[in-house]
Design a protein. Structure first.
Length: 661
């Protein structure tokens, strides 16, 4: 909620009546008004006047910017076809009107016949794994964690990335719940949990099997639920029995007694709620890991109970009627993959149009992306709020509005609410919303398709046509509305949206895609390869920063100050083997790239692991790189998900120049 005085936003607070947030703001958003007024805010259209990558621009008018873009796009379509245009879109801070679904721009790109953009960078592997088990990535209503008696926070740092959930966890603890954090790092959340299991990265799936092995030893499987609500139990049971706690201990690096202890607790505690988020699926076996974790409440019967089951992403419940008008395409077009920018930004792409994204800072294989963006024959347009590292490579930069300046509809992936974003103030300078930019661009190109000119309110009405219980006027007045589900919400009380109508331990759909029919453990690359560990290399994981949202807010001076200098965390054992001391400048490298950072020696990371937070702008680091320079452009087992937590690195004092493969 924004307080406005004389046309200026002067106050920001959360809505205390909102049931999920209860008025709380995170450390990032607390400084949002300051961020909208930052000295480096892009306020006017600009064109490049220096070499690509130099960030040298001069101000131009909107008329010139639109005319230039319209002329270049028309020329590219005529000479090379629409597929030579790659609309590279992220989610950024935009909602469903301004861009999250692509509706604001997708209709425009479809008229031109542009390539489709596969937005797979965040959660795709895990979504696919959950789909094979449950038929959907949707699961528990996070608010029902307040009713859980055992809570597994699996690969998720709740206090940094989704702190609103913590209130419900505290409610559960007050009623006697036991909270376990499963994470290679002793995060803020793990420090507050009752128990922390520092698992080896990429072995989460086998831990799920090991815990279920103990459940079977205890004779605690819910036989009625298995018989009436699941498919393929006999085959899956045989898979579970392959993974004894002793075998799982060898693979995960966890003590066998800790696995047995948690397995016994899981066997006899109803309801058990599991919060598993995106970090644990960013490796080679990430989809299979979520597929197996989703099997746990099928064996224990936790899906029967409020507070039981798995919570990954609630976005599957969003009722919006999204219509990007695929009928406007002139014919079939190719799809280009977000996380394969270095591979797919080849000579066939003549225009890269970036919005709500900062691939130079956020995408894998940073060095090869930089090489691609330097192509002189590539026309690059970036719609942005701030001069990110990607902006530096643009030919044209278009200034974008921020949330207090435009109309939008939001739906979180961690709660069951829709939120309305009413503009509170006029945009500064000549900033335009995403929707208005595309309306003006369509007009500049002389396009006549009526839907390209739909107003923001018309787009909102179209989206809400899929949610007949939610009235546009009412949500504009209240600011939020709960998705039309019962309270409490037990999602699979009447079955599952799978082909069988049951939870599927065995999936014909998975088999049809060339994946194992029976849910099984697929190790990460670093978990399956011993060469790296035997040679003394470390597994790099890149968790979220407490102060940045991916690369958003990473230019805020106060948040930068709080985040301190770039640091790599390693275990004392690994530091001793390298002769390192805390505060020393080190070189972190592998065949894909290198960077320098101060080393922090701590038992917060398990042996064999190096951890660096993601999100720093390259231009604001000592050597122009962040950890994505070390991340290979490769795919997970499902959905072409990226492998941010599945790469070997070596670390040595920064004054050494020898390179080891």
């Amino acid at each position: 909620m924004v307080t406005v005085r004389d046309g200026e936003a002067v106050g920001l607070r959360g809505n205390r009546d909102q049931p999920y947030t209860r008025g709380a703001l995170c450390v990032k958003v607390n400084r949002y008004l300051e961020h909208t007024k930052a000295a480096d805010r892009i306020l006017y259209p600009m064109k490049r006047v220096g070499p690509k990558g130099s960030g040298q621009f001069e101000r131009i008018s909107w008329d010139e910017a639109l005319a230039t873009c319209a002329e270049r796009l028309a020329e590219i379509v005529e000479k090379h076809g629409g597929e030579a245009i790659w609309p590279y879109q992220g989610t950024g801070t935009l909602g469903y009107i301004q861009g999250e679904t692509g509706e604001a721009g997708r209709r425009f790109w479809n008229v031109l016949g542009a390539s489709q953009h596969e937005l797979n960078i965040c959660s795709r592997a895990g979504r696919n794994g959950l789909r094979f088990t449950n038929g959907t990535a949707g699961g528990m209503d996070p608010e029902t964690f307040a009713q859980s008696k055992l809570i597994l926070l699996w690969g998720t740092n709740t206090l940094t990335s989704g702190h609103h959930l913590w209130k419900f966890i505290q409610d559960a603890r007050a009623a006697g719940a036991h909270v376990v954090a499963i994470d290679p790092i002793r995060t803020r959340t793990a420090e507050q949990a009752d128990e922390h299991l520092p698992i080896r990265p990429g072995t989460d799936g086998v831990l799920a099997l090991g815990l279920l092995h103990v459940v079977l030893e205890e004779g605690a499987e819910d036989r009625d639920y298995l018989e009436n609500h699941t498919q393929g139990w006999d085959d899956f049971k045989a898979e579970i029995l392959k993974y004894s706690p002793s075998r799982v201990a060898e693979i995960t690096g966890l003590p066998e007694e800790d696995i047995r202890s948690l397995g016994v607790r899981l066997a006899h505690t109803r309801p058990t709620g599991i919060r598993a988020t995106m970090g644990l699926q960013r490796h080679k076996g990430g989809g299979s890991a979520l597929r197996l974790i989703a099997c746990i409440p099928g064996v224990t019967g936790d899906w029967r109970h409020p507070g039981g089951g798995v919570s990954y992403s609630t976005s599957a419940y969003v009722p919006f009627a999204v219509d990007t008008r695929e009928d406007l395409l002139p014919g079939p077009v190719r799809t280009l993959t977000m996380t394969r920018l270095a591979d797919e930004l080849d000579e066939s792409v003549k225009c890269l149009w970036v919005y709500a994204a900062n691939p130079m800072g956020s995408s894998p294989d940073q060095n090869r992306i930089r090489e691609r963006l330097l192509r002189e024959d590539l026309f690059t347009v970036v719609m942005e709020q701030f001069p990110t590292d990607t902006v530096d490579y643009a030919d044209i930069v278009l200034p974008s509005t921020m949330q207090i300046e435009h109309m939008d509809l939001h739906a979180g992936y961690g709660h069951m609410y829709l939120m309305w974003n009413e503009p509170a103030v006029e945009p500064p300078g000549e900033c335009l919303s995403t929707t208005e930019t595309f309306r003006r661009l369509a007009r500049a190109m002389g396009l006549t398709e009526p839907s390209l000119y739909d107003s923001d309110l018309e787009l909102a009405e179209q989206l809400l046509s899929g949610a007949p219980t939610i009235n546009l006027d009412q949500i504009r007045k209240d600011g939020w509305a709960r998705i039309d589900v019962p309270t409490p919400f037990v999602p699979f009380a009447d079955g599952f949206p799978t082909p069988s109508g049951k939870l599927e331990f065995t999936s014909d759909a998975a088999a049809a895609e060339g994946l194992p029919r029976v849910a099984t453990y697929v190790p990460s690359r670093t978990a399956s390869e011993t060469r790296g560990a035997e040679s003394g290399k470390l597994v790099l994981i890149t968790p979220a920063s407490h102060h940045f949202l991916n690369t958003i807010f990473a230019n805020n001076p106060e948040l930068l100050r709080r985040s301190k200098d770039p640091a790599v965390l390693i275990h004392p054992r690994d530091a001793a083997a390298r002769g390192l001391s805390t505060g020393q400048l080190v070189r972190i490298f592998n065949p894909h790239g290198e960077l320098t950072a101060k080393v922090e020696i701590t038992d917060k990371v398990r042996p064999g692991v190096a951890a660096m937070t993601k999100g720093r702008w390259l231009k604001l680091t000592p050597d122009g790189a962040n950890p994505n320079t070390l991340v290979e452009e490769a795919d997970a087992d499902m959905g072409r998900g990226p492998l941010y937590h599945d790469n070997w690195v070596e670390i040595e004092p920064a004054n050494l120049t020898a390179t080891r493969a």
